[in-house]
Design a binder for this molecule. Structure first.
Ligand SMILES: N[C@@H](CCC(=O)N[C@@H](CS)C(=O)NCC(=O)O)C(=O)O
Length: 207
């Protein structure tokens, strides 16, 4: 049985969505953030030295890092939600899988951290917004051309992209001026599997 170490209001929500999509049995161990620092509790360090979420355990293996977990689950499900057969779609699939955490999350996180710094913080976030806008414009132009990130079918690329786009919607300037992205988010949130993951995961501020 897969155990998901799930931190409230966090990136690990998408792992629950993925497991619901795949119909794989799993168990959730929930963790609350420290109310003052918003950091994960120290117990998570007993699961993996980085103490971050998501982390999963399966068959005696501990797997951290969303992209690695997603690939692990695609393998376990015999390729379901994985790279499409078409080469162009497969390249796109790989691109988004790396892009979500590698390129899009860093400026969003920077904005969040800067916004919390008193006095100077708010002004500094203004310098970050144009960097986020480059990503939002790119995502919008891609989603205007096809229904899902890799192509005609939903894949794990959509699952990993859900968190940066939810975060952008809540604090990164994503609004109705980018209609293809907003429509994509609505389509994701309407999926029964997304909703069942949400119910099982507990508090999540971004859906
Ligand atoms: N790139 C990593 C990031 C992991 C990460 O930073 N997770 C956050 C949750 S959104 C976390 O655990 N934060 C609490 C902390 O740093 O103490 C991944 O995608 O797994």
């Amino acid at each position: 049985m897969i155990i998901v170490h799930h931190l409230e209001n966090s990136r690990s929500q998408r792992i629950l969505w993925m497991l619901e999509e795949l119909g794989l049995p799993y168990e959730i161990k929930r963790y609350e953030r420290n109310k003052a620092t918003m950091l994960a509790p120290p117990e998570l360090k007993q699961v993996h030295p980085l103490g971050k979420s998501p982390v999963i355990e399966d068959d005696g293996q501990v797997v951290a890092e969303t992209g690695a977990i997603v690939e692990y689950l695609v393998d376990k499900a015999d390729g379901r939600l994985g790279a499409p057969a078409n080469r162009t779609d497969a390249l796109r699939y790989r691109f988004w899988l790396h892009y979500a955490e590698g390129s899009m999350m860093p400026p969003l996180l920077l904005k969040l951290v800067l916004a919390r710094i008193p006095i100077m913080g708010k002004a500094a976030t203004k310098k970050i917004q144009p960097m986020i806008d480059v990503h939002l414009d790119y995502v919008e132009s891609e989603l205007s051309q096809r229904p899902w990130f890799a192509g005609a079918e939903m894949t794990a690329a959509d699952i990993i992209m859900s968190f940066p786009l939810e975060a952008a919607r809540s604090r990164g300037g994503l609004d109705e001026s980018r209609p293809a992205t907003i429509a994509w988010l609505a389509k994701v949130h309407a999926r029964p599997t997304y909703q069942s993951g949400l119910k099982k995961g507990g508090p999540y501020a971004y859906a």
